[in-house]
Design a binder for this molecule. Structure first.
Ligand SMILES: [Zn+2]
Ligand SMILES: [Zn+2]
Length: 134
């Protein structure tokens, strides 16, 4: 699916092609701290299918438990995370942060990863009281 997206302040905008069968919720502790939330929802791009249309993101390189380095792109003005991807010259797959995707209401996750480090309540939010606003 072809998508567009951008950070909260819209300095950074992008287009990409994602694989609708590869949209995941990640409960790993890195995703918790890097997103500032209990879990992160990621839409994986097709290989190389990501292009910035405007803006110049800041990059943070994270070293995972495996020793692999992952580049994390985010907006240096508003702080919105945009994607993570591999380091190097081979064609990259981009893990696009679903909250920055303009068409996100048409895209649903298909899988949950790293469930062992999930927050215990995260599987039960459906039973919480809800309000339209606030
Ligand atoms: Zn921004
Ligand atoms: Zn993660």
């Amino acid at each position: 699916m072809k998508i567009t997206g951008g950070c909260h302040c819209r300095k950074i905008t992008y287009e990409a092609v994602i694989d609708l069968d590869n949209v995941v919720i990640c409960h790993c502790t890195d995703c918790q701290s890097l997103s500032g939330s209990a879990f992160r929802t990621v839409a994986m791009s097709e290989l190389g299918a990501f292009k910035f249309l405007s803006g110049d993101p800041k990059m943070y390189v994270k070293t995972g438990d495996s020793g692999n380095e992952r580049e994390q792109a985010f907006c240096s003005d508003c702080g919105s995370p945009i994607y993570s991807t591999s380091i190097g010259d081979s064609p990259r797959q981009y893990g696009i942060r679903l909250g920055t995707v303009d068409q996100r209401n048409q895209i649903a996750p298909k899988k949950q990863k790293w469930i062992g480090s999930s927050q215990p309540w995260s599987q039960e939010i459906g039973s919480l009281p809800t309000t339209e606003k606030k």
